[in-house]
Design a binder for this molecule. Structure first.
Ligand code: ADP
Ligand code: TYD
Length: 206
């Protein structure tokens, strides 16, 4: 059986990734598909437990280096238990954030730790998505939207605006460096407009 397609959503906090990942899954289901919608950190019982450690508590709770280990541990469990078996069964996997988030948030926002992120990725994950939508958004708007949700998982939002601005630039360079896999999406439009462009690109590319 042919492997399923692996589609990820990336971008700063509040850019609309979760909304658009859900809308794409709904659209594929309406067309008769059976996609799995999942997220990081999390997506398997063990990785959801690690999520709590990462997203709650004091911003200084973990160093960027410790975060690399925790996010990679969560990703390894998610890959083993959820992503790989689902793709092997021929189903599409839609994931809200994946390894690109570690490349940017841990690899670039608090010093240059990219080489460390890449080495651990090669050793423990070794898998890239087939297609990645990077939703671009003014960080001030994204931060407002993110904090308005009051999810209780705001450890990264609390790093503040300049952190989100650095992350935004990181995501823009990611698209420039990976033009075959990444598609830049303007998130400053209505949910329906953004969803229509993502659906058209998915149809064209997958
Ligand atoms: P992310 O997963 O990137 O953090 P969400 O999809 O959770 O973003 O969206 C953050 C907030 O912004 C939510 O309250 C959502 O309803 C709202 N939102 C999402 N997309 C749009 C849009 N295109 N325009 C206005 N609000 C949006
Ligand atoms: P998420 O729940 O997607 O937050 P949001 O919906 O606000 O975008 O992710 C939570 C936070 O985790 C987010 O601020 C980014 C951070 N993160 C990393 O720093 N590295 C990673 O590898 C991942 C997957 C997320």
């Amino acid at each position: 059986m042919a492997e399923g397609r692996f589609i990820t959503f990336e971008g700063i906090d509040g850019s609309g990734k979760s909304t658009q990942a859900r809308l794409l899954a709904e659209r594929l289901r309406a067309a008769g598909g059976d996609p799995l919608l999942t997220r990081e950190p999390g997506g398997s019982p063990g990785a959801e437990e690690i999520r709590q450690l990462l997203l709650t508590g004091d911003p200084s709770r973990w160093s960027a280096e410790t975060e690399i280990l925790l996010f990679t541990a969560a990703r390894r469990d998610h890959l083993e238990k959820t992503i790989a078996p689902t793709l092997a069964a021929g189903r599409t996997v839609i994931c809200d954030r994946f390894a690109d988030s570690t490349r940017i948030y841990q690899g670039a926002t608090r010093g240059d730790l990219r080489a460390m992120v890449d080495r651990l990725h090669d050793l423990m994950i070794g898998r890239e998505p087939d297609l990645t939508f990077v939703i671009d958004m003014d960080p001030a708007v994204g931060l407002r939207r993110g904090l308005a949700r009051r999810s209780g998982e705001d450890r990264f939002e609390e790093f503040g605006l300049s952190f989100q601005e650095t992350a935004r630039h990181g995501f823009l360079s990611l698209v420039r460096d990976n033009p075959d896999r990444c598609i830049l999406i303007d998130g400053n439009r209505s949910e329906a407009e953004v969803a229509a462009e993502i659906a058209a690109q998915t149809e064209a590319r997958v």
